[in-house]
Design a protein around this ligand. Structure first.
Ligand SMILES: C[S@@+](CC[C@H](N)C(=O)[O-])C[C@H]1O[C@@H](n2cnc3c(N)ncnc32)[C@H](O)[C@@H]1O
Length: 192
């Protein structure tokens, strides 16, 4: 049974080890995020991807960060404030498969290390898809389906094929895929 990330371990989400292993700014650029873009980070945690995303899109872009746990929302708000990033807005999700009302559609939605935590990943994917502009891109980052020194147990991990079985029926198609094992695989999806 998958479980939601424990906020008591919040520090591990922004550790130096993870910064070096994942290199979130490089990852976002590799996916295609660029200046002026807007991105919604759904399941933002402590803001690991929020800060580099905000630096890449610049002040004429925007980052909307959302999490279902208040401790994560507070941590991301504080991180953005400390970094002086004013084009970041942080919100508490009103429910497990819900976004706050009135958000603008975005060029990107990021689901980083989130889908393996939810009971109904297809439902969350559909929420993410609905938040995209027509030509927007969905970026999914997940743990490789293999035993590793970090991350959740093997049984909780989602393989690329597990994901394909849930996003393809939504009309989402692969635009890019790469791996940086054992830390992640990345998948860029778009509407057909
Ligand atoms: C493993 S953490 C990853 C955080 C961040 N994306 C990162 O890579 O550092 C997963 C996050 O997703 C959040 N989350 C889980 N289910 C969610 C849902 N249904 N809606 C919004 N956030 C969710 C958790 O609260 C947690 O902060």
């Amino acid at each position: 049974m998958a479980h939601i990330f424990d906020p008591a371990r919040l520090g591990s989400l922004t550790s130096e080890r993870r910064q070096q292993a994942v290199k979130p700014g490089d990852l976002l650029r590799r996916a295609g995020l660029q200046a002026n873009d807007t991105i919604l980070d759904l399941g933002c945690g402590a803001g690991f991807f929020v800060l580099p995303a905000a630096r890449i899109v610049g002040e004429s872009g925007a980052v909307i960060a959302i999490d279902i746990q208040p401790a994560m929302v507070l941590a991301t708000q504080e991180a953005a404030k400390q970094a002086g990033l004013t084009h970041v807005s942080v919100h508490l999700a009103p429910g497990a498969y819900e976004l706050p009302v009135g958000l603008p559609k975005t060029d990107w939605v990021l689901l980083a290390y989130v889908l393996h935590e939810v009971a109904a990943p297809q439902k969350l994917l559909a929420v993410a898809q609905a938040a995209l502009k027509p030509h927007g891109r969905l970026l999914i980052i997940e743990w490789p389906k293999e035993e590793g020194p970090h991350g959740p147990p093997l049984a909780e991990r989602l393989a690329p094929a597990d994901l394909a079985a849930i996003y393809r029926p939504l009309g989402l198609r692969e635009r890019d895929f790469w791996e940086a094992r054992p830390e992640y695989y990345a998948l860029v999806l778009a509407n057909q």
